[in-house]
Design a protein around this ligand. Structure first.
Ligand code: UTP
Length: 279
């Protein structure tokens, strides 16, 4: 059973400067909700109630967001604005939030290793809140779909989507073969972080959803800085992949790269139009 979800949220978010100078990227809102709240809602809908967040300097707003603001509560109690706090109140009452700080931003792999103290020795989920995922209302969300895959295969699971090869330099890219009688589940044999298109082993890129087995922490401890001088989760997963212990899952749903301005605007338009359509 997957009981905890880790949110690496310590990155500088330089693509959104100057907005992210004093505001965490994860707190940028798509409509009225910050990115990280969408992530926490996705985890909760996948029956995870323990949220473990890796923060860094300048990220305090995340902690304040998942806490009660008594002054605000007092101010809007009984007014027409009160319903606007309904969703966040409900999250706060159903989940526990714990935090640890990444002191030096040495990459996503290092951020995940920093979260070990909050996770312990159990399989866990990872959500990168800047990858915002949606799904059809009558289907499970992406993380829940991945948990079901984990339940079957009992090894690490990465979410993948097909990309234009020209974009391969932005992603971890997998090499793998379809598992028997499936058209969306691959056993991964290799992976490369941000390859040039000519070196990409496929057009299947890892997006910001993972289920990881706890041995990943031991592997990360031994993982040297890779592409961009950062400790890469892809390099650690590659060790598991070589042992046949990584499944890649082409998920059912849609994902927006809200870490980029284009993806963020696309998500905003999509959610706005959806809200309007529902009246
Ligand atoms: P990104 O590659 O998007 O980096 O990180 P970034 O710093 O957030 O943004 P840019 O590229 O400067 O605009 C992917 C995820 O990994 C986390 C980020 O917070 C984001 O969720 N991360 C990255 C860390 O927590 N620590 C790090 O050292 C690096």
């Amino acid at each position: 059973m997957i009981k905890k979800c880790l949110f690496p949220a310590a990155g500088y978010g330089t693509r959104f400067l100057p907005a992210t100078k004093a505001t965490p990227k994860e707190m940028l809102p798509v409509l009225t909700k910050p990115l990280i709240q969408y992530g926490v809602e996705e985890a909760l809908q996948a029956n995870i109630k323990t949220m473990a967040i890796v923060t860094g300097r300048g990220k305090r707003a995340i902690e304040d967001h998942f806490d009660i603001s008594y002054e605000l509560e007092h101010q809007i109690k009984g007014t027409s604005k009160e319903p606007l706090l309904k969703e966040i109140r409900s999250l706060i009452s159903q989940c526990t939030f714990s935090y640890t700080r990444q002191v030096e931003m040495k990459g996503l792999g290092h951020a995940i290793l920093t979260g070990e103290t909050l996770i312990g020795r159990e399989p866990f989920a990872v959500i990168l809140a800047d990858d915002l995922c949606t799904h059809d209302e009558d289907k499970d969300n992406v993380l829940k779909q991945m948990i079901d895959i984990y339940d079957t295969y009992q090894c690490s699971v990465v979410a993948i989507e097909e990309i234009a090869l020209s974009q391969s330099h932005k992603y971890g890219v997998i090499e793998g073969h379809l598992v028997d009688n499936t058209d969306n589940i691959y056993r991964v044999s290799d992976m490369v972080e941000k390859p040039d298109p000519k070196d990409a082993p496929s057009n299947m890129a890892i997006i910001g959803r993972y289920i990881l087995t706890p041995d990943i922490f031991d592997i990360l401890r031994d993982t040297k800085a890779g592409k961009g001088g950062e400790i890469q989760i892809t390099d650690a997963l590659k060790v598991q992949a070589k042992a046949g212990k990584v499944i890649a899952y082409k998920f059912d749903g849609k994902r927006f790269d809200c870490g980029s301005v284009d993806g963020f605007v696309e998500a905003t338009n999509y959610f706005y139009n959806n809200t309007k359509d529902k009246g």
